[in-house]
Design a protein around this ligand. Structure first.
Ligand SMILES: [Zn+2]
Ligand SMILES: [Zn+2]
Length: 279
């Protein structure tokens, strides 16, 4: 995450049937965001500036946009917080949405003319804090990661045996960045490939495996990423022990990505493979 200030430019085309009093109220609430939106770390306003006004251009290039808003934030992280998490902004957006017919949004960093775009934040992940839970809910935990967490698929035989699945999904974090916030996990210890002990921490009630700790890598823990609340929204970031990959794993991926014409067959395939919420 960069700390280069970022300018969030929003153009709106409002619906034609809005009353003037609705407009006044909306603009008043919009301008109040600069003071009312508070940073979760400092509890102080964090929007550096907010300018707004009606389109005053006589050129015929406004594409119907009637008003412009220019907001400045100290970093992409602050803008992400504003867009995805800030309860004041979210409440404002919910009320504003019915007034808006169309919009244009562009974010710029002063003098930055090329480069990669930031990734869309993962819903529910706030300031690098990921929450996880086991199936029965007796265990809760939190993982802090400055780096965006991605599933690293492990195809080793131990993961297949422990999980009863074609592979496990993991991410390695420093040991101190994992905190159990509810419950007490059970521990299963076995000898890893290094000959040193590996401890699997799991829920003693529902058996969900939540993380591993290896003596061969004692300052780190391996978190099972599909048990994070946002697990379904995270991307895959890599694979390890590819030699253990089941020979149909890639074929299955290709089959699922291939277009399937009849809707009934597609439904059957999705239900049969994902079994979403079925068990
Ligand atoms: Zn449980
Ligand atoms: Zn494994």
């Amino acid at each position: 995450m960069s700390s280069t200030p970022i300018t969030h430019i929003v153009l709106f085309k409002y619906k034609s049937n809005i009353t003037w009093s609705d407009f006044q109220h909306h603009f008043h609430e919009f301008s109040a965001l600069q003071e009312k939106c508070l940073h979760p770390s400092t509890n102080a306003p964090y929007m550096l500036s907010l300018r707004m006004g009606q389109n005053n251009s006589w050129e015929p290039y406004s594409k119907g946009m009637t008003h412009g808003f220019v907001l400045e934030f100290v970093s992409q992280a602050d803008l992400d917080y504003y867009l995805f998490e800030d309860p004041v902004h979210r409440a404002f957006s919910e009320k504003a949405l019915p007034l808006i017919e169309d919009s244009v949004v562009v974010d710029i960093k002063d003098a930055v003319l090329c480069g990669l775009k930031p990734e869309k934040p993962v819903a529910g992940v706030r300031m690098g804090l990921y929450r996880g839970s086991c199936h029965c809910g007796e265990l809760n935990w939190e993982v802090r990661s400055k780096e965006r967490i991605k599933h690293v698929l492990c195809h080793c035989d131990t993961c297949k045996k422990l999980g009863g699945a074609p592979y496990s999904c993991n991410f390695i974090v420093p040991r101190e960045d994992l905190a159990i916030t509810k419950g007490q996990p059970g521990i299963y210890t076995y000898k890893g490939a290094s000959g040193k002990n590996v401890r699997c921490f799991f829920c003693s009630t529902c058996t969900s495996h939540i993380y591993h700790h290896q003596d061969a890598m004692s300052d780190k823990v391996i978190v099972r990423t599909l048990l994070l609340d946002c697990g379904n929204d995270l991307d895959a970031g890599g694979e390890i022990f590819p030699e253990g990959k089941l020979k149909w794993a890639d074929a299955l991926r290709e089959a699922l990505n291939a277009p399937v014409a009849p809707v009934s067959i597609q439904k059957k395939a999705v239900n049969g493979v994902n079994g979403a919420n079925s068990v």
